[in-house]
Design a protein around this ligand. Structure first.
Ligand SMILES: Nc1ncnc2c1ncn2[C@@H]1O[C@H](COP(=O)(O)OP(=O)(O)OP(=O)(O)O)[C@@H](O)[C@H]1O
Length: 959
């Protein structure tokens, strides 16, 4: 890739080695001599004198002199010894009087097409271009095309168009030996549009989106700078480019500004601007409804007046215009003839060039001669040549007839199935039968039938290998991986060596399909004891008849098979009995321990409620002293009826004792607790444990405040048993909650109290648990969440978060698990343990607490958190709701999330999710935080949707 500059700075020529060719050797030069003998332009084919080669950040940079010698056509060539790729760049002299009028200097056409070449006149030193004369430089030989004299725009007929021709425009009064000419390089694909593989040109190109060009030699797409992927469907993060968007522009990078650089890519792509820019110097912005490299692409948005991102083509607001789908609305509802699938990137070759089925690729008219295609219409739910394979798509949607891809459910698999690298939804293959085993003293020959031989075998092939396991204790050992060759066998075997004589072994085999998660469960196991060593012949009391006569012992599975997880022992039956006895003893001991623990726990909490009478503890003495010295430390002063409430705890009547009941030293309560402090006697702790939190059990309790009694969830922190850091963490989140103050959609704090070195926080009791469990509960009952209910939840949460944001708090952990449901399933935001009171928070801690699957891109990459990063998490939370509690990016390892997000990937639209709702999610996942909606806007959107507004308008976006 070449990025040249010209003008006031020395031309800079950078060649980036994009993956996978990061280690190819590079060479630079000019393809042919440009100037004529005696001209001011050097006639050599090497780089101009005075060029310096620099190695900056591993990239080779050629700095050419700021001189007319540096004008012309240059190349950079990468070679690994076998394959060579060349990219070209044009560098115009600063003295040029003409420049290409509509781009940075190349024109690509298909075989059989004509092309229009245009130049604009520019001035230099008071001279301006006029009296045009066109010259064609073919393989270094120039000829003047005088019939085009004085034309700024010429049309080259197909018969004249030759790949690699360089057209130069000079002022008639000067010649090519001067440096005043402008240049355009012509690139002619060797096949007609959409085809590759010259000269036959019988290959169908991959469908290239967003301005990508099909390579006529390979059929692959060459993507414009700013897009990547096999079909150029993925937009790069802003200001990045390269095969995998791996290079960036910016002040600390080699290229300081992507928007003014010109990028050369291999032919037939040529030279272009970065996406979002156009013009010969790549400094013009795209006009309305245009985007992409050179602004050649058209936006297809429902709200046309809102336009789309000039970089990505994604609609600024609202969804796609009718007839278009895809992340940036470039995928047509009706695929071009010859393509099918979700993004129309699968190919079909039907006879008479007919279109095939959008989802399955089925050619109703049969296949084109010489091509295979989906020519059988499988019954719904099946695919493959003989319709023998099942689709496994969500809601039994249609799948691709060749690959099984769930096109009808946007790629979403049925529950219990996972995707392989071809996006086929599969369950790992299961061998239903145990292997058979033949043993000697030290070997075991394990044999099994191929997966699928038995009708009880389940799961999905193809099986690529079998893994043979054995064990003599509880852990399985992998003995071998037996690959399945091109000609699969009906049965397999493997001999395990070096076994111990006379030892009981268990054997099992697992079938493995290619890719991650492809290994099926182990088959039922079979046990077999290796033969004992024959007694030494010198032993006098040995009798040959006492030794089993055969040297091998063949076992039948029926007599000794086990589930693969059966626990073996070292020896035979007797020791197994001992083993099971052992288990029984261990279980009994465990049961007794559990009973004792439960009893202790019960006893402790009964005492907790009673032992306030006993004022002899150190803490109690401390407390009394503190109360005398600082009676004002008890912040609570409202009346309470200790007979009706708290009678179980203690009888208190004096102010001092009231004070002492609610305030304990030496730790003391921080000032922020002041409005919430209640005396200990105002809490009635119930035995019922609501759940287990990070700091211990959360118990049901009743709080008496202001003459009202409320149910509460009581969280507690043992101040002596926790570290300073943990105490801080616990306190911080409730201090944050105190700061946020009450809102119907934020879990409220009812009271705090300290008693016997335990700090208690009573929270509003929310009887319906957390939202994640609620969603999973719906899923487990095979029910669905009505859209209105989902929108109601989203509205509640958005309102709560609007309030949180208004209080200046960044939540940092917004997820369904941190939403609790009150009476009537009102959703309330909670889980403020990571929250911060700042406009922008940059995490500096080494041990960052993280939920990466919910985090915004900038939080993941530069640890930056804002309310807009909470908005991203809100989008993920909406996705959790529409999937009924699925784990986001479940198919990715955590460390793969960032690269995928950077590459433009976003959680897919769940099949049952309305387009408008998904659009809201996509808005929340905009890479640029400024373009994400605010919570205020989200409240409006949800409220509108809730009252059945016809579409979700997300009016203005703030900065
Ligand atoms: N307000 C409440 N109403 C009812 N049950 C609750 C409430 N708060 C907590 N619980 C129960 O206690 C369990 C643990 O609570 P929670 O998840 O808040 O603890 P945690 O892990 O300490 O959270 P955090 O670190 O966010 O404070 C919950 O799963 C739930 O069952």
């Amino acid at each position: 890739m070449v990025v040249p500059y010209y003008g006031s700075s020395a031309p800079l020529f950078v060649c980036f080695r994009s993956s996978p060719d990061t280690s190819v050797g590079l060479s630079f030069g000019r393809p042919f001599q440009m100037g004529l003998p005696g001209s001011s332009i050097q006639t050599s084919t090497s780089l101009p004198d005075g060029t310096t080669a620099l190695n900056i950040n591993g990239q080779v940079v050629q700095r050419m002199p700021l001189d007319v010698k540096s004008a012309g056509l240059f190349y950079c060539e990468g070679s690994d010894g076998q394959n060579t790729t060349r990219v070209y760049s044009l560098i115009h002299s600063y003295a040029r009087l003409f420049l290409p009028s509509d781009g940075p200097g190349t024109k690509t056409i298909n075989k059989g097409e004509s092309v229009v070449l245009s130049v604009a006149t520019v001035s230099y030193n008071g001279n301006s271009g006029s009296y045009h004369r066109w010259a064609r430089i073919r393989n270094g030989a120039s000829s003047y095309l005088m019939s085009y004299d004085d034309q700024s725009s010429i049309t080259i007929a197909p018969s004249e168009a030759r790949h690699g021709d360089l057209y130069a425009v000079i002022k008639r009064t000067v010649s090519l030996s001067d440096n005043h000419f402008g240049m355009i390089r012509l690139i002619v694909r060797e096949c007609v549009a959409g085809k590759w593989n010259p000269p036959a040109c019988d290959g169908v190109c991959d469908l290239c989106y967003n301005g990508g060009v099909c390579d006529d030699k390979t059929g692959d797409c060459i993507c414009p700078p700013g897009f990547m992927g096999p079909n150029c469907l993925t937009s790069c993060p802003s200001n990045s480019f390269g095969w995998n968007c791996e290079f960036r522009c910016g002040s600390s990078y080699l290229i300081s500004n992507c928007q003014q650089a010109r990028f050369g890519l291999p032919d037939p792509y040529g030279i272009s601007c970065m996406t979002g820019r156009s013009g010969r110097s790549c400094s013009s912005y795209c006009g309305a409804l245009r985007f992409g490299a050179g602004c050649t692409q058209t936006c297809h948005c429902a709200l046309e007046y809102r336009g789309c991102s000039t970089y990505t083509g994604m609609c600024n607001y609202g969804g796609c215009a009718a007839g278009w789908t895809g992340t940036n609305c470039q995928v047509p509802d009706v695929c071009p003839v010859g393509y099918y699938g979700l993004n129309c990137v699968s190919k079909c070759r039907c006879s008479t060039n007919a279109a095939c089925d959008r989802h399955t690729g089925y050619c109703s008219v049969g296949c084109a001669p010489g091509f295979t295609c989906v020519s059988i219409q499988c019954a719904s739910g099946y695919f493959s040549d003989d319709c023998s394979r099942s689709c496994h798509c969500l809601n039994d949607a249609e799948c691709d007839g060749l690959t099984g891809y769930c096109g009808g459910s946007d790629g979403v698999c049925a529950s219990g199935f996972q995707k392989d690298e071809n996006n086929y939804c599969f369950r790992a293959p299961v061998l239903s039968q145990p292997p058979t085993v033949t043993v000697t003293t030290s070997t075991a020959s394990v044999s099994w039938e191929a997966w699928g031989s038995n009708s009880a075998d389940t799961g999905d092939g193809p099986v690529a290998a079998y893994r043979v396991y054995y064990k003599w204790s509880s852990s399985w050992i992998l003995a071998s991986v037996v690959p399945v060759t091109n000609a699969p066998q009906v049965a397999y075997s493997f001999t395990i060596q070096s076994l111990q004589p006379g030892r009981m072994y268990w054997f099992s085999v697992a079938a493995v399909r290619p890719g991650q998660g492809g290994e099926g469960p182990k088959s039922p196991s079979i046990s077999s004891q290796t033969l004992p060593l024959p007694p030494p012949s010198t032993t006098t009391h040995q009798t040959t008849t006492s030794v089993p006569s055969p040297t091998v012992d063949r076992l039948t599975p029926t007599s000794s098979t086990h589930s693969a997880e059966d626990e073996p022992t070292n020896n035979a039956q007797l020791s197994q009995v001992g083993y099971y006895n052992g288990i029984i003893v261990v279980v009994c001991v465990l049961v007794v321990v559990i009973i004792i623990l439960v009893a202790l726990d019960y006893w402790r909490f009964r005492n907790l409620n009673r032992n306030l009478h006993i004022k002899t503890t150190h803490a109690a003495l401390e407390m009394s002293r503190y109360a005398q010295e600082q009676p004002q430390a008890c912040y609570f002063n409202s009346a309470f009826d200790n007979k009706e409430f708290g009678a179980e705890h203690v009888s208190l009547s004096s102010r001092n004792s009231l004070a002492s009941a609610c305030t304990y030293e030496p730790v003391g309560l921080p000032p922020w607790t002041k409005p919430w402090v209640v005396p200990w006697s105002n809490l009635r702790i119930r035995i019922k444990v609501l759940g287990n939190g990070r700091f211990g059990k959360v118990r049901l309790c009743e709080v008496n405040r202001d003459a009202t009694t409320s149910k509460a969830a009581l969280k507690q922190l043992d101040l002596n048993a926790t570290s300073a850091d943990e105490r801080q963490l616990f306190m911080d989140q409730y201090q944050t909650l105190a700061r946020i103050r009450r809102h119907p959609n934020v879990m409220s704090m009812l009271a705090v109290c300290q008693h016997e070195d335990v700090f208690y926080v009573a929270l509003e009791y929310l009887p319906n648990g957390d939202l994640l469990s609620h969603l999973k509960g719906i899923h487990s009952k095979n029910q669905s969440l009505p859209v209105d209910k989902m929108v109601q939840f989203a509205l509640d949460i958005a309102k709560g978060m609007e309030h949180v944001a208004d209080a200046g708090v960044i939540h940092r952990n917004l997820a369904a698990k941190n939403i609790f449901l009150g009476a009537n399933l009102v959703a309330k935001v909670t889980g403020f343990s990571l929250s911060r009171k700042r406009d922008v928070y940059v995490e500096v801690s080494e041990n960052k607490p993280r939920s990466p699957r919910w985090m915004a891109l900038e939080s993941l990459t530069i640890d930056r958190y804002t309310t807009k990063s909470d908005v991203w998490s809100f989008g993920v939370l909406m996705w959790e709701m529409t999937t009924l509690g699925k784990t986001p990016y479940a198919g990715f390892r955590t460390d793969n999330i960032v690269p995928r997000l950077k590459g433009g990937y976003r959680l897919p639209r769940p099949s049952n999710c309305e387009k408008e709702i998904y659009e809201v999610m996509l808005q929340c996942w905009q890479e640029d935080p400024k373009t994400r909606p605010t919570f205020k806007q989200l409240v409006k959107v949800m409220a509108d949707r809730h009252t059945d507004s016809p579409y979700m308008d997300m009016t203005t976006s703030d900065a």
